[in-house]
Design a protein around this ligand. Sequence first.
Ligand code: FES
Ligand code: FES
Length: 159
Amino acid sequence: MERIISFTLNGRSVRVTTDDRRMLLWVLRYDLGLTGTKYGCGAGLCGACTVIIGREAVRSCSTPVAEAAGKRILTIEGLERNGRLHPLQRAFMENLAFQCGYCTPGMILNAYALLLRKPRPSRAEILEHMEGNLCRCGSHVRIIKAIETASSAMRGGAR
Ligand code: FES
Ligand code: FES
């Protein structure tokens, strides 16, 4: 059913008029122009489309936009502050934790949700949390290292 749906996106209030059964991924990419959220499998299996709703990582390809109504959504475009990259973004760059970069927004936001919940995760906890995010370039080892780097930087007061 078409209706107006309001939510907070990267700190700004937005309203979209859309069929409330459409997936959030398409509203973000096509209606709102935020193409940092990627389309991978479209079936909840790869994590490329991960965004944060509230404090949780969700797969926007499998989340009807109606579920975003009234909530706070964070996409990769909203992670930097005043021109400064988030420690996770810096750590991914420092550790060369990507090759093509297609999986990177979803990786970073899934890691962001983990560090919100658990600022000092063990390597085993990182591996378990990131298990469902796939990287076809095989960057997993450097991705895990980057998350450890960011965790350390954030606890040191970087942000
Ligand atoms: S595109 Fe959403 S999980 Fe793969
Ligand atoms: S860096 Fe290419 S898919 Fe992960």
